[in-house]
Ligand binder design. Structure first.
Ligand code: ARG
Length: 463
């Protein structure tokens, strides 16, 4: 088949080179954006008098027909074409003759591919935001369910202080809420139109870039045509956002793996989100959580590849930039899949509160509260801290916990102790007293839940 650029060259390209050069395998998924962009371009050419209104209508009808035929399966993508842009133009020319050859006036594939990719990633961003919102909703609902379920809170994976399971889950709602905010913010920078930048220098035709941008739902146009065709920040930013989402999901996954182990047994995953072993009949494996954790590595890889591809590129377009798409597409597919799995997995797991409280009763996680008791009786915190450390050491020696060390032992460590200390260090009290903003008390967690729910209904989510 004759190449679009036949004229400058006459010899055939090598079949291996053709295959190597082509991107239609992965950019064909942008066919909708390519055709929609071309329709706006044809209408702009018509509105500016660069082609006649009838020609603009003819191109629009031709392009709309191609879109319909692709959607219905009547028209199949020809993977022998170099890319989706060439394919659409080729079919248009086959169907409308010389008219089709007018479509590429005042544009280049350089601004066209930048346009299509921005439009495609804008849709992906919206879908990821939608899934994130659903996940935040589910996590927050589960948090409400367990807002008074006491568990050990950890630092260094050592039991630290009593918290509630609801409070712990709400920490993930906060992370995911920031992810939504990050995507909303990067979407703003993505949503400017490069079309009309042409090859790099703009055009001699009296085009109207704002007309085209508005038709395609952009908030504005790229101000510099060289930047318009060579900027791939929007891909890198989206990959960065997705990498952070995956990092959050991966941390959550790690806890799910731990919590569902026999050693913790804080939760039991639903059968529908676990697998068995081919040899060990007792196994119920948290494969979904492990896979999410694993796929995080692949997304980080996509981000690193793109940054590396871009780092040495002179302005403006270079063919290296064709390497932008596979990674960002793969990361979008991956994060959407992970979010869908997470929504189901979180919605269906069963918590085992009795095991959480049992774990919280060991490990002296109320030692800080014991020190605070002495502070309330007038001791400086450091002094109280030291006395309580000695009491913990004594308990370890006796093989008991703070709750059942006899009062006279307390009194011999410090005469300020009285029998009301036992009530003060009960786990329920420890939680109930942490009323500070953002803390673990039921009232405080309820306030967090309410803020997250109202943020989910606000367009500018963290304001
Ligand atoms: N397939 C190309 C890409 O993805 C489209 C742009 C081609 N432009 C060019 N001057 N060869 O980047």
């Amino acid at each position: 088949m004759e190449k679009m650029w036949a004229g400058r060259t006459s010899g055939e390209t090598d079949a291996v080179a053709d295959d190597f050069n082509s991107s239609i395998r992965f950019d064909s998924r942008m066919y909708r954006q390519d055709i929609t962009g071309s329709i706006a371009h044809a209408q702009m050419l018509g509105a500016c008098g660069i082609i006649t209104p009838e020609e603009a209508d003819g191109l629009t009808a031709g392009l709309a027909g191609i879109l319909d035929d692709l959607e219905s399966g009547k028209l199949k993508i020809d993977y022998g074409c170099e890319d989706i842009h060439m394919f659409v133009e080729q079919v248009l020319t086959q169907r409308t003759g010389d008219l089709g050859k007018k479509l590429h006036t005042a544009r280049s594939r350089n601004d066209q591919v930048a346009l299509d990719t921005r439009m495609y990633l804008r849709d992906e961003t919206d879908e990821i935001i939608k899934l994130l919102k659903e996940l935040v909703g589910v996590v927050t609902d589960r948090a409400e369910e367990y807002k008074s379920c006491v568990m050990p809170g950890y630092t260094h994976l050592q039991r630290a202080q009593p918290i509630t399971f609801g409070h712990h889950l709400m920490a993930y709602s906060m992370m995911l809420l920031r992810d939504i905010d990050r995507l909303t913010d990067s979407r703003r920078r993505l949503n400017v139109s490069p079309i009309g930048s042409c090859a790099l220098a703009g055009t001699t035709y009296m085009t109207n870039r704002a007309f085209e941008a508005e038709k395609l739902g952009f908030d504005g146009v790229c101000m510099n045509s060289i930047d318009g065709v060579s900027d791939r920040d929007f891909c890198a930013e989206l990959l960065g956002d997705i990498a952070i989402i995956m990092m959050h999901l991966s941390r959550f996954s790690e806890e799910i793996v731990l919590w569902s182990s026999w050693e913790f047994k804080f939760i039991e995953l639903s059968d529908s989100f676990t697998t068995g072993s081919s040899i060990m009949p007792q196994k119920k494996n948290p494969d979904m959580a492990e896979l999410v954790r694993g796929k995080t590595g692949r997304v980080y890889g996509d981000l690193m590849s793109l940054l590396t591809v871009l780092k040495g590129l002179p302005l403006a377009y270079n063919k290296d930039m064709q390497e932008d798409k596979e990674g960002v597409f793969d990361s979008c597919d991956t994060v959407k899949m992970c979010l869908k799995v997470f929504i189901g997995m979180i919605r269906t797991f069963k918590a085992l509160p009795e095991n959480m409280i049992k774990a919280a009763q060991k490990g002296f996680i109320n030692a800080t509260d014991l020190a605070d008791y002495l502070v309330r009786k007038g001791l400086p915190f450091r002094t109280a801290y030291k006395i309580c450390g000695q009491i913990v050491a004594e308990c370890i020696e006796r093989g008991c916990v703070l709750e059942n060390l006899p009062l006279e032992r307390y009194k011999s460590a410090c005469e300020l102790f009285d029998k009301d200390l036992y009530d003060d260090i009960s786990l329920a009290k420890c939680v109930e007293k942490r009323i500070s903003y953002g803390g673990t008390s039921v009232a405080s967690v309820e306030a967090q839940i309410a803020s997250v729910r109202s943020a989910l209904n606000t367009p500018d989510i963290l304001k």
